[in-house]
Design a protein around this ligand. Sequence first.
Ligand code: FAD
Length: 321
Amino acid sequence: MSVLAVTEHRRGELRTPSFEVITAGRDLADALGDDLHLAVIGGDVDAFAADLNREGVDVIHTVDEGEEFNHDVYTQAVTALAENLDPAALLMPNTVNGLDYAPAVADRLDRPLVTDAVAFDHDGTLAVTREQYGGKVETTLDVDAAEIALTIRPAEWPAAEGDGDAEVTAFDVDIDESAVRSDVTGFEEVGSGDVDITEADVLVSIGRGIEEEENLPLVETLADALGATLSSSRPIVDNGWLPKNRQVGQSGKVVTPDVYIAIGISGAVQHVAGMKGSDTIIAINTDPNAPIMDIADYAIVDDLFDVVPELIEEFGGQVPS
Ligand code: FAD
């Protein structure tokens, strides 16, 4: 028996959750005393396999089918590989793509599926932790470690590092083309010329403390001065001040930048769910007891309308009038 983890890519790049499922998969494989197998499906599978060859990976299965993610191809390929390997645990990222095919695969394999796992513990039985009600309630499920499918929440396990010496092997799947019902014909970015906040190294994130839309240029100028990308908490998006793709959190994007600067953000559980994996968290908030302070590495307890202009000047920017 083994552990099989499925990776993902988009537009020629492996996505960060691919490296996190390696860490989660290795943890589980260690607990079970098993090998860790990876699957990489579609795109430049050889280049992807070379990049995925990290410490702790035993075997990488490449499935040379298609260029981009396709629900039907992934469902068929992962099902076929899992039927062939019969892994104890099958791990998939809890991402838009992962959630698209994981239930179909679990159904075909007739396995229970636990989605959005944030931790697991193996002590005889496998205990999988999930969060509910926006992180207010934690549930632990005892499952059969010998036959389970799991989706792994992004940013809960660190990305795997270190070079590995995995065996890379091609896996041929006889894809039933008549059951492939969709095709990727192109990509269109959401919003006019907007950015992907999940790819940013530094995020300047703004919350309700900014008070009015007219004050946004202040934080935009700080972001420019730092070479950072602007993101926000949900109220800013709900007010229509920034597009939805800038929202960090449970109902927004999960981000893992090197530096996350939370300005006028209280740190509600739904927000923290999207940014707690950031390397360094800096909070600017007038309230020393705001929940964001519990996870901040550095904090400035002061009025953002005093602090931000000083930071802009410090980093060579021009404070908007
Ligand atoms: P507030 O909680 O109002 O905090 C504002 C902060 O600014 C306060 O801490 C205050 O002390 C500080 N402040 C005020 N003035 C200043 C000043 N002049 N200088 C410095 N600091 C100042 N939220 C998300 O962000 N992302 C999500 O994805 C998300 N999903 C949700 C999903 C569900 C199902 C639900 C129920 C809620 C969700 N929320 C989400 C909303 C979440 O519960 C909070 O309401 C929201 O995160 C609060 O945003 P905020 O921190 O900007 O505002």
